[in-house]
Design a protein around this ligand. Structure first.
Ligand SMILES: [Zn+2]
Length: 280
């Protein structure tokens, strides 16, 4: 006799924790997330396949591994590429807690005495500290009013990859067979491209620019404006974008060296394979 419904289904992985997104579900395209009434999303532990996916270096580099694992563990998220950048850290921490528990050991080296320590972290505290920056504050400049929004994981990831490519090219220039003139030309072109990429990423952080006559939301118009506005306004916009990004970053961990009592800070990067190594 064949069964149509799998009797094993009730023994599949169950939600281990519930996550409240820093964005509260704002900035997500409606079709890409199914919000629960209480705004808490069930988070499932990773499967064996998720774990393998996350450890494949190439998949991790192009962002696809992160996306697959997010969509597997938080089924309410239908398209993780649309995740506003401020939610990504909270999502990854929640998946780590659901899969391996809330304790995480991190290796650290004291910059003063080179003493190596193992530091125990409670990821629930990290999760509690992640807050949404205030995107509602606009910049006024003459007749213009500029409003901001978080960049999506997709746009952030694309920009990071292209900048990485340019930086790799710059590193390869000194050892190439080119003449000095050609090397300088190539270096200048790469540096110009990195600046262009910075502007490209900035346009995604701008929700709109209001003039007395129009409300502009088209990214291509905003990019053209960024390339042609005065440098004072450009610096103001760039500083705000950086400020907003820092506010949504994870705070560095304060560590006191057990050997020499030196106090120092260590930053955390969740977007890498080591974050999902099996907890011992
Ligand atoms: Zn030390």
């Amino acid at each position: 006799m064949t069964q149509t419904a799998n009797p094993l289904r009730q023994f599949f992985r169950q939600p281990a924790i519930y996550l409240r997104l820093p964005s509260g579900g704002n900035y997500w395209p409606e079709k890409d997330i199914v919000m629960t009434p209480n705004k808490e999303l069930p988070v499932l532990p990773m499967t064996a396949i998720d774990e393998i996916t996350y450890r494949t270096p190439d998949a991790l580099f192009n962002g696809q591994a992160v996306i697959s694992v997010i969509q597997s563990c938080i089924p309410a998220i239908k398209n993780a590429w649309s995740a506003p950048s401020l939610d990504v850290n909270a999502i990854l921490v929640a998946i780590r807690i659901a899969s391996y528990g809330h304790n995480m050991g991190i290796g650290t080296t004291c910059p003063k005495c080179q003493n190596e320590d193992q530091y125990e972290l409670d990821l629930r505290n990290i999760l509690d500290q992640i807050a949404s920056p205030d995107y509602s504050e606009t910049i006024s400049h003459g007749d213009l009013e500029i409003a901001f929004q978080p960049i999506s994981y997709k746009n952030q990831n694309d920009t990071n990859q292209m900048q990485f490519e340019e930086q790799r090219m710059i590193r390869a220039i000194p050892g190439s067979d080119l003449t000095d003139e050609e090397k300088i030309a190539k270096l200048n072109a790469a540096l110009k491209r990195i600046t262009e990429l910075t502007v490209e990423a900035m346009k995604f952080n701008i929700a709109s620019i209001k003039t007395p006559q129009a409300l502009v939301t088209e990214p291509e118009f905003i990019e053209e404006f960024l390339n042609n506005c005065d440098r004072n306004l450009f610096s103001k916009i760039r500083d705000r974008v950086i400020e907003l990004r820092i506010a949504s970053d994870l705070k560095p961990i304060a560590i006191t060296c057990s050997n020499c009592s030196n106090k120092y800070e260590q930053s955390m990067n969740l977007d890498q394979a080591s974050f999902f190594e099996t907890a011992s």
